[in-house]
Design a protein around this ligand. Structure first.
Ligand SMILES: [Cu+2]
Length: 67
């Protein structure tokens, strides 16, 4: 995928969003990641599969809607 926006559930504060964002940025291939707590969305850009992105988010204890 080149650019994708995902809906995340389970984030309770801005620190959760920062955690997810940092984890996404550490994924190989990810060029940009932005996680917004107020809208509960993550936008990811780079050469990475959606499966990898979902796995990282779920490993941290959050859920991706529609995955
Ligand atoms: Cu939190």
């Amino acid at each position: 995928m080149s650019q994708s926006t995902l809906k995340i559930s389970g984030m309770k504060c801005a620190r959760c969003a920062a955690r997810v964002e940092n984890a996404l940025l550490s994924l190989p291939g990810v060029e940009q990641a932005k996680v917004d707590f107020s809208t509960a969305t993550a936008s990811v850009e780079g050469d990475v599969s959606q499966d990898q992105v979902v796995t990282v988010i779920e490993t941290l204890g959050y859920d991706v809607a529609g995955s």
